[in-house]
Design a protein around this ligand. Structure first.
Ligand code: 26W
Length: 744
């Protein structure tokens, strides 16, 4: 981008007297105008990313940084009497739930930064992920009117609208193009549904369920709506550039499916080719097999989408027919390939009256990948064993990553400039350069402590201002921030805090380093047990923080409305990253990587990418505890008795009993008794092994508290994580997708 032109244009802007909304839109439009002067067209050979979620966060600061004008802008605005931090009010574009949606955003950022042509397609929800507030400790959901500040970073393209037909309605898909700035400018095309009130409902709300399918017909419409528009867009570009020989479709285009939510695209592309270009079903099926690639992000059975064929038939009869034909073709093909009857059933696209979207994705894709080493092993062994047996060449691992531009350079300028001073600025262009920090860890440990202290103060000042909670600046900051889900075991952290609190009350912990446990988590509105855990933690916070005897030593804070912008403040400030999921359940995790880059040690289980984080940064610089995935797997097959642990372990018994002994009040909802029962009653009590790992967790937390006493030695552990975090850049991940799958 022509930075001189940007400065001239911005200086010319009359901003005095304009309110923050006016200034925000004016400055953003100047940047857009200057940046898009030379936007490249879609090249002949490129990749497309289909995702029903994009958790972009705030675009303002990140885009100005990517365009290389953030400092210019802040000094020009300062001259105009505007503090650039005033735009902290601007809403996040929270068009996603959690890990999957944020990964898509990091991937787009990295592809542009690397100059790789990756085009994103999705839905422009009118309302993003709900805003969260607490009422008497209970989660309250509020609509997220994210466009109230306007959306100057998107361009409406009426002339490229598409007509999308359902059996019972026809809607118009209007594209909004959001440029993704980097070495090249790529486009995220988000479709908005228009024409009628009925139609508009399709792009009105993001489904707030994370990891649990709801099976609602509106969700099915959403999945078809954006994939049908995107497929038409890609076919039109292909025909314009390459003609109608669809044999070459996969040679020039790869469509990466971000989990199963966009899988209807497979049937839609076949429909377009057969219905509009007279291609035979066989040829169309071969073409899509060479075009699609599928990424799996979860092994949770309740998250694997299975659509009722009757529901599909009702609103998408042609698509239902094509899915049946695909199922038929797959069965014949596999019979010929020697699959047993059981194997054919297990891998079937349609079983009974259900369409198994993951099986459709695996059958019709040239590539299937997991998102961390352990996760990929698990999907190869347990989720798609037969397909892996017959087509191992399709499977590969692509360990997730995060963009260091937002998750270090933007959110932690202080640490970034300390790194500049220590190893120069080359790491900013090639993140592998950060490894050079290793040599100077001893030298800069003190300076790092100052930086971490400053980031903590910034966060605590923000929490004081927005949550009205005081946290002493020198406390060790333990952070567990992610969606609320039982397998992520926020409940286990709650019990660990109570055990430590009781030890403090009994005066057992000599010279305990003052510590604050910070939670941030939204629960899907219909996920009762998750909401009960939120209430439970808020009850604990109320009790512990009000306790004169201990609140100088122990604090518990549950921040409201945890989102991307809040995460940027928390990852930079944390000392300890809590990644304590039941081993085998967290596919990868990406928050863990953000904390690592910002110099936090990981306290976690050998799950997802935690394993690779410890591989790179070293066991000595992190704190691993708990059962391994193997142990969990064998315990799950019988022999685990949480009752026994409960009966034999007094301290554990006491903290679990706080759910039913009146210590805490769930306002007559019965939520706490249900939580208690989930641990000790029913056919699979304590399904996520909270009681099994609790003790080793508490010991590990106390070890960390002890080690922190030698602040410099602890800082060296923290810095070792930063120095070894290059592998966890989404630049590395995207390079692997581009090399192995997209061939771009
Ligand atoms: C159908 C409802 C639904 C919605 C979202 C089911 C499943 C999902 C996502 C797959 C859940 C998700 O975000 N998974 C997370 O993906 C991250 C990116 O790969 C991983 O790092 C996390 O471990 C995984 O939980």
């Amino acid at each position: 981008m022509n930075r001189r032109l940007f400065s001239e244009e911005l200086k010319k802007e009359q901003l005095d007297g304009t309110d923050i909304v006016g200034a925000y839109n004016a400055i953003s439009s100047v940047a857009m105008r200057c940046a898009l002067k030379n936007k490249p067209n879609m090249p002949r050979h490129c990749a497309h990313y289909f995702s029903i979620e994009y958790l972009m966060g705030r675009g303002f600061y990140n885009n100005l940084m990517e365009l290389g004008v953030l400092h210019e802008a802040s000094s020009i605005l300062a001259e105009k009497g505007i503090d650039i931090n005033a735009f902290e009010e601007v809403e996040d574009a929270a068009l996603g739930n959690g890990g999957l949606g944020r990964l898509a955003a990091c991937f787009l950022d990295s592809a542009a930064a690397l100059g790789l042509p990756l085009y994103g397609y999705g839905i422009r929800y009118k309302y993003g992920l709900f805003k969260q507030d607490f009422e008497n400790g209970f989660q309250k959901e509020l609509p997220d009117d994210w466009q109230r500040f306007g959306d100057p970073w998107s361009i409406r393209k009426d002339d490229e609208s598409m007509t999308i037909s359902f059996a019972d309605m026809v809607v118009t898909a209007v594209p909004y193009d959001m440029p993704v700035f980097g070495k090249r400018i790529n486009i995220l095309r988000l479709y908005q549904a228009e024409d009628s009130a009925e139609a508009e409902k399709i792009s009105e709300y993001l489904y707030p369920a994370d990891d649990t399918e709801e099976g609602k017909i509106l969700r099915l419409r959403q999945e078809y709506f954006f994939t049908a528009a995107a497929c038409r867009d890609i076919v039109q570009n292909f025909v314009r550039l390459h003609g109608t020989n669809f044999k070459n479709l996969g040679k020039y285009n790869t469509i990466q499916l971000n989990d199963t939510h966009p899988v209807l695209a497979i049937a839609e592309l076949i429909r377009i080719m057969t219905a509009e270009y007279a291609v035979s079903f066989k040829a169309a099926l071969d073409a899509v097999k060479g075009t699609f690639a599928y990424t799996n992000h979860t092994i949770l059975p309740e998250a694997l989408e299975c659509w009722d064929m009757g529901m599909i038939e009702r609103i998408l009869p042609e698509i239902a027919q094509i899915i049946s034909k695909i199922d038929g073709a797959a069965r014949i093909e596999r019979e010929k390939a020697g699959y047993s009857a059981a194997e054919i059933e297990e891998t079937a696209v349609i079983r009974g009256d259900k369409a198994h979207m993951a099986n459709l994705a695996v059958y019709a894709s040239k590539s299937v990948n997991g998102v961390a080493k352990l996760h990929t092993e698990i999907i190869e062994r347990d989720v798609f064993p037969t397909e892996y047996k017959y087509h191992p060449e399709k499977f590969s691992n692509k360990t997730n990553g995060v963009t260091q531009r937002r998750w270090l350079m933007l959110c932690n300028g202080e640490l970034s400039s300390l790194i500049d001073k220590t190893i120069g600025r080359e790491w900013r262009n090639d993140f592998t350069g950060i490894f050079a920090l290793k040599e100077s860890i001893g030298d800069i440990a003190e300076k790092f402590i100052v930086v971490k202290g400053r980031k903590k103060k910034q966060l605590f000042d923000y929490i004081r201002a927005t949550e009205g909670i005081d946290i002493p600046d020198d406390m060790i900051l333990y952070a567990q921030v992610k969606r609320l889900h039982e397998y992520k075991r926020q409940l286990m952290t709650a019990f660990a805090i109570l055990e430590i609190y009781n030890k403090l009350k009994r005066g057992e912990l000599k010279d305990f380093q003052p510590s604050v446990f910070l939670f941030g988590a939204k629960s899907a509105p219909s996920y009762r047990r998750a909401k009960a855990i939120i209430k439970f933690i808020n009850c604990i916070a109320e009790k512990v923080n009000a306790d004169e005897q201990t609140n100088g030593l122990l604090k518990v804070v549950f921040v409201r409305n945890y989102n991307v912008s809040y995460a940027e403040k928390i990852v930079a400030a944390a000392d300890v990253s809590l990644q304590v999921s039941t081993a085998g359940f967290e596919a990868s995790g990406t928050g863990n990587m953000k904390f690592m880059m910002n110099g936090a040690v990981t306290c976690g289980t050998l799950d997802g990418a935690n394993i690779e984080i410890v591989d790179y940064a070293g066991e000595g610089n992190n704190y691993i505890f708990g059962a391994t995935a193997e142990e969990i797997k064998s315990l799950s097959s019988g022999g685990y008795s949480p009752q026994k642990i409960y009966d034999e372990d007094e301290e554990l018994h006491a903290v679990v009993d706080t759910l039913i002994d009146g210590t805490f009040d769930d306002c007559g909802t019965g939520d706490f008794a249900d939580l208690y029962d989930s641990l000790l009653k029913g056919e699979s009590p304590d399904y996520y092994f909270v009681l099994y790992d609790l003790n080793s967790y508490v010991e590990t937390l106390l070890t960390i508290n002890e080690d922190y006493k030698n602040r410099v030695e602890f800082a060296k552990k923290q810095l070792s994580n930063t120095a070894n975090s290059a592998y966890f850049s989404s630049d590395r991940t995207i390079k692997e997708y581009a090399r192995d799958i997209w061939k771009i």
